[in-house]
Each structure stands twice: as structure tokens, then as C-alpha cells.
Design a protein around this ligand. Sequence first.
Ligand SMILES: N[C@@H](CCC[C@H](N)C(=O)O)C(=O)O
Length: 283
Amino acid sequence: MSSPDPYPFLKGHGTENDFVLLPDPDGTVHGDLDPARVRALCDRRAGIGGDGVLRVVRTAAVTDGRGQDAEWFMDYRNADGSVSEMCGNGVRVFGRHLALSGMVDPSGPVPVATRAGVKVLTFAGGAADGEITVDMGTPKVLETTEVSLAGHTWPALHVDMGNPHAVAFLHDGAELGDLGEVLAPPTHDPAVYPDGVNVELVVRRGEAHVAMRVHERGSGETRSCGTGACAVMVATALADGAPRDTEYRVDLPGGTLRITWTAGDRVLMSGPALVVAEGVTRL
Ligand SMILES: N[C@@H](CCC[C@H](N)C(=O)O)C(=O)O
């Protein structure tokens, strides 16, 4: 797929969960983003490469953003072109781009509209540096189910962070590396997850400290998933009987996120968010 007219893009990542950003402030450049174009952009050999695409568009220009009190809407797509409600690393990278390009003031809270409602970002440093914290809202803890992968089956907790997650703890003594170099696609109960699921596999590292791998719906195994890390934190805190406001450290292949489930029933996630390149593409 190629476009006769080059158009601008940026590349960014949060703990190596990487994205192609497409500036489209008034919704006039990309309109209804074609799944084939998303796949072409995310292709790691023939395209720019990414786990997903973040279209940067004003809320007023998209029907999905209707009624949300935020100037900017994160139009998130998985690498296979499918739409998701939310992306926790993506929204922080989205905020970094807005701040770097002067479209928001990072000295105060920055609301961003998503398909899972408005998420508020707080910048620890200036526009260009420091961690970004996102208020991910209230998690929904649902039923216990099962997931299977590479000949193993585990009980899993269904946690909804605006998008669906299955959190499974590996059996005692098992390590994340035992699951192979690349995670095979997991199987899940389609009655529990009719629209597919993101699957997190977790081991404990210490007090309030876990490590995980993730197989994302629509993107395969990624090096990090923000909503997934939040789902893992919630499942672990429940299993631990941890008091609210305990900060957990969640290690992922691409880095570390710090996550707190507050007494006010909100999940706050902090971590790095970078824009690493910008240019034009004909894809
Ligand atoms: N990597 C993201 C989650 C992206 C969406 C997910 N694959 C889905 O389909 O729900 C994150 O950082 O949260």
C-alpha cells in the first residue's frame, strides 16, 4: 500500500511498546484510518514498525470522542489494524508528543479522550523529559477463567482496564523464559472474551514486585503493555491482600512501570514515554 502524497509521522515508545504516531489534528488527513494502512505502517520490515498506531486527532473531529471533556483524542489501532479501547503506554507517548509540539501545557494535568473515556496525564518533568503518570481509572475485576499456551493451562483473572485482560500466575518454580523465545498465541474462553483478550503471564520477584510477559490482542507478544501491567498489579494486590496505595513495581521485557491502586479506587501508572523520530512516509 502506498500513498501518492507523503504525510508526517512520528515514532515513539513507552518501555519499548512502540507506536507510529499520525498527526491528524482536524481529522482531514487520515479520516477513518484504513486497517491495511495501519498494517503497512506497523510492518517491521517493509514499514516503519510498531505495536500499534496512535492517530492524534481533536476530539471534536471524531464520533468516538463525542461528549468527552478533552481537546485531544487518542485513536489507537493494533498492528493488525484492529481497534482497541485503550492503550496505557500509548496514551503516555501520545501526551509526550502533544507536550513536545506545544499543543498542551505539561505543567498541569493533561486530559486525553480515548474509547475508554478520558485519561488524565501528569508530567513529572518538562515537555521533553521525566516520567509521565496516567490515571487509568477504576479497574473492573470480573470472573476467574482459564488460559492456555504452549501446552500449559493456568487459572486467570479477568480484569477490565477499559480493554480486556486475563492475568495468569505461573506455577511455583516456573520462569517466564520457560515459555519460549516468543509467546505462542494463547487460547481463551470465547464466552468470557467475545472480542479477544490480552493475556499476561506473571511471576513474583519480591514484595510488591512482579515480572510479566504479555501476548496482546491484535499485536502478538510485545515488550510492554501498560493496561496489562495495571491488570497484573490489580490481580497481584488482590492475591496479596495489599492495602490500597501500595506501589507495585512491574518488570516487563522492555522496562519497568510503577503502579498504585489508590484508596480512591483509581489505578495510577508511571513510566517513561519517548518520541524518538519523526519524518514523512508514503505508506
Ligand atoms: N499496549 C497497550 C494495549 C494495546 C491494546 C491491546 N492490544 C488491545 O487490543 O486491547 C497498552 O500499553 O495498554
